[in-house]
Design a protein around this ligand. Structure first.
Ligand SMILES: *[C@@H]1O[C@H](CO)[C@@H](O)[C@H](O)[C@H]1NC(C)=O
Ligand SMILES: *[C@@H]1O[C@H](CO)[C@@H](O)[C@H](O)[C@H]1NC(C)=O
Ligand SMILES: *[C@@H]1O[C@H](CO)[C@@H](O)[C@H](O)[C@H]1NC(C)=O
Ligand SMILES: *[C@@H]1O[C@H](CO)[C@@H](O)[C@H](O)[C@H]1NC(C)=O
Ligand SMILES: *[C@@H]1O[C@H](CO)[C@@H](O)[C@H](O)[C@H]1NC(C)=O
Ligand SMILES: *[C@@H]1O[C@H](CO)[C@@H](O)[C@H](O)[C@H]1NC(C)=O
Ligand SMILES: *[C@@H]1O[C@H](CO)[C@@H](O)[C@H](O)[C@H]1NC(C)=O
Ligand SMILES: *[C@@H]1O[C@H](CO)[C@@H](O)[C@H](O)[C@H]1NC(C)=O
Ligand SMILES: *[C@@H]1O[C@H](CO)[C@@H](O)[C@H](O)[C@H]1NC(C)=O
Ligand SMILES: *[C@@H]1O[C@H](CO)[C@@H](O)[C@H](O)[C@H]1NC(C)=O
Ligand SMILES: *[C@@H]1O[C@H](CO)[C@@H](O)[C@H](O)[C@H]1NC(C)=O
Length: 865
């Protein structure tokens, strides 16, 4: 089987590449000088460079790494990819005086968004130019179009903009064109791209335009590109249907149409693609049965049909007759896969390295896996029960996903191979103590065991997994304390919903703390927040809610990235005031149900910049009449998707929650809160706040929930509140508010419950006419005082009726606050946190996908050997 693949690859290469041989010719002096000057000009990280860094005046320059010369001694090839070159290249660079260059590769560097240098037009002999992910940005200069000898051009990059027709019009010799992720300037060209390409480049052999925002349908002329061997158009909108026109692509070896908004059935002409090696149709909406014609494609190496809507029962042994198949993914369709019942000898020739059968209605482990040495195995979202067989762990396994099944145990003995990087076993029924023998040099980086019934303590053996990046043991029955060594390397740690006790170890590393995410919610932890957390400057999320922590406010959290801080339901006390705390990224702060005290005025709310909406954000998403939070949320997610590498602080700028309820805060509500315009929820209930409700609350245009109940607020309800059109929950009950409840459409939807316990309020909602109570508006000072007193008594009375007495002690508060309405509210916060950390989930999926691709490449490398 290997010779054939080799044949395909070598024909591919030899058919259109200008062959350049590396002769042992002597380097010409001026060429050497130019190269040395170039080395001087480029800034690169010498600890990461493998070629440039070794260029050395003493040696023969034609033998330098990355350099090739022709017979005459001229440099004809420069391969400076992946050399960690940063900065830019000037048009006057010595590079452009190496005019005999035929091949130039600057891929995978950091040219820092500088434009592709125009000087490149000097290199008129270039046949191969590779600037893939080199870090160049901006418009592709017209000078590239003058390189008429180009055979292969790769300028794939997120930051590049291109005028397609201008680029290819004069490059009729091109056989390979790679423009993945570039931005095609005009919408006209994004529609007409297939016409442009096929008109100017009819003899293309490789075309890769993934993620260019292109749309379909494909032009008629596109179906004349019969020389195509590689066609990759993933992440474009080519739908809805794929024409049944594949009969005439005899040389097509790679076809990749993942996430192209395609639906319907697989074209029957796929059966004619007999040389197809890779087929990726994942992330579309293809439906119907998986056609038998695909089984008959003898050369298939990789087949990915995951995330579609194929249905029916599928006999897996049909694919297993494809002896060369190394990767098969049928996950997340509507299939019921029958894994067959053949004996071991039937599988003797199988090459399979990766198998995805997630959500395929499996009730047991496919037996044939036993005879293979898998690298990637995804059987998640099935109904597999019982033990995880020992053989599943294999010897080369890298990614194992058995999550969302009915698994109860791990068959013993089992050996986790050092190669294993991801283990996903969450949401099963695993019980008993957790033993996970970590081999030396383990590459384990993601370990998910959440939502099982594991008991006992957290094994210290996990500490030997020095690459462990994410550990999620939430939702088990783990007890004992947190092993201190666990905190030394971890980035994301979730131990929430267990019975973990003791205090949080004060063991975050001195030199470099990687912690970004810490969730210890709902355990029985006590003691203080460890001081060493101060070193964790990457911390974005911390939830220690529902524990027994006794401490003052954790002022040492120094992270400028901190977005979510939840201290809910503990025994925190004292003032919430830190000397230099600015929290520029904070979006969710829940310190409810503690014993915090002090005046709200002393908190520097104006430094919570993330909670202040930037006006441009509003401009972009415009007209608040069209606003509703669901839309807002989806827009935010779009923002997240766009900024693939951007930091958290640039996303979700428009979502804030403050919950200070059930504490002993006093003083007046500061006006500055009105500036936190991204607030969606504000809860100051069950405190001892006095003064009036600031008019500035009228600026909280995004507010959906406002709870100021059970305080000592006086004065009227500001009419500005009536303008808060998204307010769905309002609770001002049990205060000392007076006057008329503002009119307004939104306010009319609130029932008396929102206002009760305020003896001085009148209006439609309470069914109290304001004219009746006119008298109370004109009380003499003395009467007023009496009136106040009277209301105070009433309020006390009502409060006791509710089951607690104000001022008796925060324990009683906390108890009440812990139960009843608090819980529902808290769930809401969790939900929102989930949404915010949608990004996390996405990143993980992305990461897994990346690994899958890596795995494929590895398989390819092995095939070539
Ligand atoms: C499998 O691959 C080998 C080597 O690449 C090749 O010789 C063989 O023909 C292939 N088998 C099929 C059925 O295509
Ligand atoms: C060079 O790379 C190394 C290893 O990643 C890194 O530690 C060092 O800071 C880098 N140097 C510069 C100047 O960027
Ligand atoms: C460009 O160079 C990169 C890095 O070496 C490589 O991965 C990519 O395949 C090259 N592109 C082409 C078209 O050869
Ligand atoms: C293409 O070639 C024509 C004729 O040689 C020339 O006039 C034109 O400027 C070239 N276009 C580009 C974009 O280089
Ligand atoms: C494409 O190939 C055909 C046949 O080999 C040739 O006649 C034609 O000139 C080529 N077209 C271009 C634009 O290179
Ligand atoms: C496509 O396949 C069908 C069925 O095998 C065959 O009859 C037809 O001739 C093929 N077409 C081409 C262009 O190879
Ligand atoms: C395709 O990609 C978009 C984002 O680019 C994503 O929202 C969508 O869910 C993907 N489609 C499928 C079917 O996964
Ligand atoms: C598969 O889906 C099609 C519609 O796409 C439907 O007509 C057919 O009945 C389904 N088959 C099965 C076995 O569910
Ligand atoms: C799942 O498989 C069982 C048999 O194991 C079958 O009875 C059931 O219909 C299948 N479910 C679906 C949705 O195909
Ligand atoms: C805390 O965990 C227990 C079980 O471990 C669960 O019953 C309870 O609902 C959780 N409480 C909260 C507030 O999450
Ligand atoms: C607060 O910041 C100032 C200067 O920014 C610094 O001098 C002072 O030490 C800081 N105080 C604390 C408690 O960190």
């Amino acid at each position: 089987m290997l010779p054939k693949l080799f044949f395909v690859i070598s024909t591919l290469i030899s058919s259109f590449i200008f062959t350049t041989h590396s002769y042992n010719t002597q380097c010409l002096h001026h060429q050497k000088i130019l190269l040395l000057q170039l080395k001087d000009e480029l800034s690169f990280n010498s600890s990461l460079s493998t070629k440039l860094v070794r260029w050395n005046e003493r040696d023969e320059c034609c033998k330098w790494h990355g350099v090739e010369c022709d017979v005459a001694g001229y440099v004809v090839s420069l391969q400076l990819d992946n050399e960690s070159i940063s900065g830019g290249i000037a048009d006057s660079s010595s590079l452009f005086r190496l005019v005999h260059l035929q091949k130039l590769n600057l891929a995978y560097n950091y040219f820092n968004n500088t434009p592709i240098p125009k000087g490149i037009h000097n290199l008129t002999y270039l046949t191969h130019l590779n600037l893939s992910d080199a870090g160049f940005g901006g418009q592709v200069p017209a000078e590239i179009s003058s390189l008429r000898r180009l055979v292969s051009l790769d300028i794939s990059s997120d930051y590049i903009f291109v005028k397609l027709e201008m680029l290819v019009r004069n490059l009729t010799g091109l056989r390979e064109l790679y423009l993945d992720d570039v931005n095609v300037n005009s919408s006209h060209e994004r529609r007409k791209w297939s016409h442009i390409i096929s008109s100017y480049l009819p003899n293309l052999t490789a075309l890769s335009l993934s993620g260019c925002g292109l749309s379909g349908p494909l032009a008629k002329s596109f179906w004349q590109l019969h020389s195509l061997s590689i066609l990759r158009l993933d992440y474009n909108n080519l739908g809805p249907e794929l024409p049944d026109l594949f009969a005439n692509f005899p040389t097509l070896t790679t076809l990749s149409l993942s996430n192209c908004s395609l639906k319907g059935s697989i074209p029957s002409t796929f059966a004619n693609l007999t040389n197809l090696i890779r087929l990726d149709l994942s992330d579309n909406s293809f439906s119907g049965n998986i056609p038998h014609s695909l089984f008959a494609l003898p050369s298939l190496l990789e087949l990915d049909l995951s995330y579609n809507q194929f249905n029916g029962t599928f006999q897996l042994d049909k694919f297993l007759s494809l002896a060369n198949l190394t990767l098969l993914d049928l996950s997340h369709n509507r299939l019921s896969v029958d894994v067959g019942n053949l004996n071991s000898t039937s599988y003797g020739n199988l090459q399979l390295k990766g198998l995805g059968l997630a959500s395929c209605n499996l009730s047991h482990f496919p037996n044939f896996i036993k005879y293979l040495d898998m690298e990637y195995l995804d059987l998640s979202y099935n109904r597999i029960g019982g033990e995880i067989p020992s053989w599943i762990w294999g010897t080369q396994l890298r990614d194992l996903d058995l999550s969302y099944n009915l698994l109860t145990d791990l068959q013993k003995p089992y050996h986790i191979p050092a190669s294993l990087r991801d283990i996903f076993l969450q949401s099963n029924q695993l019980k008993g103590e957790l033993h996970l023998p970590i081999p030396s040099a383990s590459q384990l980086s993601y370990l998910f065991l959440a939502n099982n019934s594991l008991s006992g303590s957290i094994p210290t053996s996990l500490c030997s997994a020095t690459s462990l990046y994410v550990l999620d043991l939430s939702g088990n029955r783990l007890s004992g304390s947190i092993p201190p060594c666990l905190l030394e390397n971890i980035s994301e740690l979730d131990l929430s919903q267990n019975n973990i006790s003791g205090s949080i170890p004060d063991n975050f590393p001195m030199d470099r703390c990687w912690l970004e995410y810490l969730d210890l919610n709902n355990n029985t932890l006590e003691g203080k927040i460890p001081k060493s957390l101060e070193r964790c400057e990457q911390l974005r999320f911390m939830n220690v809610g529902n524990n027994n922590i006794t401490d003052s406010f954790p002022c040492m959290l120094s992270s400028t990235w901190l977005r979510v801080l939840v201290l809910h339901s503990n025994r925190f006390h004292g003032e919430v005031r830190c000397q230099n705390m600015s929290w520029p990224s904070l979006q969710i702060l829940d310190i409810s149900s503690n014993q915090f005290s002090g005046n709200l005025e002393s908190i520097n709310f104006s430094s919570w910049k993330t909670m202040m909406l930037q006006s441009d954000v509003q401009l972009r998403y415009g007209n608040s009449n069209f606003y509703n939070s669901q839309l807002w949320i989806s827009l935010s997610i779009t923002l997240i998707m766009k900024g693939t590498n951007s930091e958290y602080h640039t996303i979700w700028p428009e979502f804030g929650i403050i919950d200070f309820s059930c504490n002993n805060f006093g003083g007046e509500i500061p006006n500055a809160i009105g500036d936190l315009t991204s607030l969606h929820q504000l809860n100051f209930s069950h405190n001892a706040l006095n003064g009036s409700i600031p008019n500035s609350f009228g600026q909280l245009r995004n507010l959906e929930s406002l709870d100021l109940s059970v305080n000592r607020l006086i004065g009227p309800i500001p009419v500005e509140l009536a303008g808060l059109t998204f307010l769905q929950v309002l609770n001002l009950s049990y205060n000392k508010l007076v006057g008329e409840i503002p009119n307004g459409r939104q306010f009319q939807t609130f029932s008396a419950d929102s206002f009760k316990g305020n003896a001085g309020l009148c209006g439609f909602n309470l069914n109290i006419s304001c004219s009746d109570s006119d008298d109370s508006d004109h009380l003499s000072p003395e009467e007023d005082e009496n009136g106040e007193e009277k209301r105070e008594i009433e309020w006390e009375y009502v409060s006791s009726a509710l089951g607690y007495v104000v001022g008796v002690g925060s324990i009683a508060w906390t108890l009440l606050c812990r139960r009843s309405f608090r819980e529902r509210y808290f769930e809401k916060i969790e939900e929102i946190v989930d949404k915010i950390f949608y990004e996390r989930a996405r990143r993980r999926r992305h990461e897994r996908r990346r690994r899958r691709v890596e795995m494929r490449n590895e398989v390819r490398r092995q095939q070539r050997r």
